[in-house]
Ligand binder design. Sequence first.
Ligand code: NAP
Length: 253
Amino acid sequence: MINLSGKVAIVTGATSGIGNETAKVLAEAGASVAVIGRREKIAKKLVNSIQAAGRRAECIIGDITDSKFTDYVVATTEEKFGRLDILANVAGVITRGDALSTSDSDWFSILNTNVSGTFFMCRASINAMRRSGGGSIINTGSTVGLTGCSELVAYSASKGAVVNMTRAMAIDYAKENIRVNSVNPGAVDTPMLISGHGSSNAKSILEKNRASIPQGWLPQPKEVANLIAFLASDLSKHITGAAVPIDGGYTAV
Ligand SMILES: NC(=O)c1ccc[n+]([C@@H]2O[C@H](COP(=O)([O-])OP(=O)(O)OC[C@H]3O[C@@H](n4cnc5c(N)ncnc54)[C@H](OP(=O)(O)O)[C@@H]3O)[C@@H](O)[C@H]2O)c1
């Protein structure tokens, strides 16, 4: 059983999909959770539900592409909860496009959020984790960061960068008991899966993705949240620098 009692976690992307479920799973395992997102109403609702279940949670509202905000997130978390042990970087955005159809603004928007936002949160957390005697950072890549994928050039570039900057930071901080890993989901049933296909036909998108998975079923966000909780916990204490696929066998083909 995963036990995160006494640990303090930051979860970005907590207002939707995988991040929302991650905040709940980490809290259920005993962690106090700082919930990050731009949509305040949803973040407050999540905080209320975690508190109602007897755990501690606070929301910090803002945009992770602003490094002043990411520094503020870590400082506020330490001020409210006294320490930082876990950073789950789940926030991300997607836009479809091959090289010719990807505009400058789409390119920079995806790179800013998925790469710079993730990096700013990691950088802001290192010294706080040192003060706690170590920590675990879990970044969210994608199977698209491990293999090629058509019509997702900017998103693929961003997730490849997440996977490899994770490895670099894992090496840099290994001796300080700060572990850095990436989870790499295939298709997961969240709002992003539908929006990322640029179509409103949700049923056919879900079916097409399900059919591409060797296991033959589409996971809910909780499957990924459970993996993040494992990587956050001491059960995974010899795992660092890993890019862990969670894809029902998709990248094994
Ligand atoms: N769903 C999939 O099939 C799939 C597959 C592989 C990888 N992933 C990755 O898994 C992660 C979560 O995906 P999801 O499907 O759960 O997506 P989602 O439902 O669209 O949620 C995305 C989250 O990111 C937050 N976010 C986006 N830009 C932000 C910014 N600039 N500042 C702060 N927060 C920001 C959003 O919050 P606000 O709007 O409130 O700011 C939201 O909570 C992403 O990194 C995604 O790339 C997803």
